[in-house]
Design a protein around this ligand. Sequence first.
Ligand code: C2E
Ligand code: CA
Ligand code: CA
Length: 830
Amino acid sequence: MRLNANWKLVISTICRAFVSPNACATIPAENTGPEQHGQVDNDQNRALLLAFGYPVVEEFLARRVRAAQIASIARLTPVIILANVVNALVVTLVFLKFVPVSYVTVWLIALGGLMSFTIAKWISARRDPIETASRRALDKAVRHATVLSLLWAVVPVTAFASGDPNGIWISSCITTGMICGGGFAMATVPQAAFRWVTILYAASVISLLIDQSASMWPLLFLLTSYSIVVVGSVTVTGWLFASHFLAEAELKQRGELIALLMNEFEEKASDWIWETDSAGNFRNISERFLHASGRTRSELEAMRMVDLAYSLNNTDAREVVRTLQREISLQKSFREVVIGVSVSGEDRWWSLAARPVYDDHGSFTGYRGVASDVTEARRANALIAHLAEHDSLTGIGNRSWFLKQAELLRSEQFRSKQNTLTLFLIDLDNFKVVNDTSGHPAGDELLKQVANRFTAIGEGRISLARFGGDEFAALGHFVSDQAAGAFAQELVNITRKPFRISDRDFAIGATVGFTRFLDRTDTVDDLMRKADIALYKAKESGRGRALAFESEMEREVRERRELESDLREAFEYGKLSVEFQPIVDTRSGKVVSSEVLVRWYHPTRGEVPPNTFIPIAEQAGLILPLGSWVLKRACSAAAQCPDLESVAMNLSPVQFMDPNLVESVSSVLEETGFPAERLVLEITESVFLRDLGSASEKLQKLRDLGIKISLDDFGTGYSSLSYLRQYKFDKIKIDKSFVDEIGDRSDGLAIISAVIALAHNLGLEVTAEGVERQFQVDALKALGCDTLQGYFFGRPDANPANITRIDNTDWQVEGSNQQSDEPFSARSAS
Ligand code: C2E
Ligand code: CA
Ligand code: CA
């Protein structure tokens, strides 16, 4: 410690201590404020003044300083006593030769009394060490020094006065020794030391004056310089003592404050403080730490943090131990290191933060840090992570997990320069049926079983995920197209086997589209898109199959997308139109009805046939607004044509499945004022394939309104006849393919004949479509077909009035002309 001397203050303090050692109740003016002295100076000055008993610190601290000052002298009591006894013995032996026994005896009794008193004080202080001391205790110490020094001052004065050379010599030695020894012994209480030195110095000076010999001046000079050295040393020692004490007290106070804060901190938070020594062993273990560790204090004291971290045998935990070990071995600060600890058999996780601690010499003394139990947070996080990556129903991965996994495998693949990664998209085929007929719990159960089967066949080979609904995805390595194809087929096959759900068997099946990672520029998105295209194509070509992606498919799909957006635009900007194609009564030859056909003229593609864009409209969710627009246009146009008995309008299966179909049709009829009796709705068999249960009811509702229902494209489906028995229709339309066969195949006519007979039996009207030639007209007429439609009679026309104006004698005349069998393209009304 460096003592920064403010000399003025030092000297004035020393002087004041000499003049009146007890008058230090007030702080001297020299201890001025911070404007003159920096903090260090202030502390040093404070220490100096404190050493001399000035109340420059709070009384409690001052009392402790005094106690320490006195205790420091008291510690030397045995030595002081011994020195006094030895000196007294020598003095007695020498002085008895020239001083009366009675004087010596009195002196000895006085000295003995004082020594006894000192010893008694010392013993009591040892038994009950004092912690604090009042200013009076310091005064007592000064008085004690005064009395003792006065007793010893007698010795040189007596010796010099008696003139005994032996006495002079011995007393000089003793006095010099006493000045130095006593001064140093009492250095922690400078006032007492000064009093001691002053009295003995004064006695020496008096003695020298008594002697008046030639050696007086050199001796006086020596004595003075010794005394000054002692005074200086005492000042410095006392000052240092106080200074040390102050620093220590401050440290302690700070420590107490820290402890207080720590307790406060520990009480409030779930965290606790931990500390280790340089070997890593715990020390100063807090109650909270003990509690958290589930161990006893002695167990903990024999452990290091690393040992605790090793107590949990778990791969995650093992990994962190290494991190922890590394940080500690490098004596680095660390934070958020989460270690696993086995606490009474339970897995707990602690988050640690700590920094190395060094002593004043810069050597490492251990770690001090904070720990908090993050087990609950970790559990919650793990749960969240699990939920974020897994499908809650089936327990397999979810979409986001799958995409991450795909990204990972793709980059691995990219590095390894292999082309084995294959992505499968799987769509269940009849899942909706199960869901609709047996309820959602059955649907959920089915999905679980499907996931189990996929997991079982893909075990170890694939990463599996559910994307939601009935869509699944798989990702794996397959060495060849064949291997990938075989696995895709396996996926399809496994879903074909019936699923047993609450005592019922369900057959569903699946459609798979897959793609292999062959193009190295492909991203995961590209792979997904390609597999999706393949899946789309597989569905389009009849489901229940697996299809690999081919680049050709992409072009088709792209084109389709373009078409879709063009269609949207065309519809929005009113670029679609409707045309009416005449339907002619076979017997009268009159135009009795017409079929409404939607038209789209594309600025670059030209005429886009409805067979192309209607399915797109269906998939794009555009068919409902489009359909009702067509109906509105048709009805309002036909309302202006009273000659037209009826208007037939095509309903796609999607339109038919619309739960609001009946309402929207009747609202259009109301709006346009078109009578329901004049409206025919043409539906195809596919309606019955997709709709479950409500079709019959819906048909009935429409018929109740007065609308007629026609079964379009009759004969193209699988079970047209059975539908005729099952549902109520008003008409059937024999498909063009049968009409085309008239004359080509002998059984063509037979089939048409049978159909017409059957329909008539059921009370249904029969229309034949796609009639292009005279001989077809004749044949159909002969078979009793009710109405005919085809280019022979007229092409679709934008104006319904035009078709009613067609001169029916045209084809009746032609009709009698059996020679003509050219397609009647030129007869179009337009
Ligand atoms: P569809 O209901 O069987 O309509 C008859 C189709 O045959 C029409 O084709 C018509 O132009 C065509 N056609 C009529 N007579 C002849 C003929 O003598 N020879 C030949 N080769 N073809 C003939 P288009 O207009 O291309 O319609 C195709 C299909 O598009 C329709 O088949 C119908 O299913 C659907 N469609 C047309 N308009 C609509 C509509 O407004 N809504 C819905 N949902 N579907 C429509
Ligand atoms: Ca039709
Ligand atoms: Ca048709």
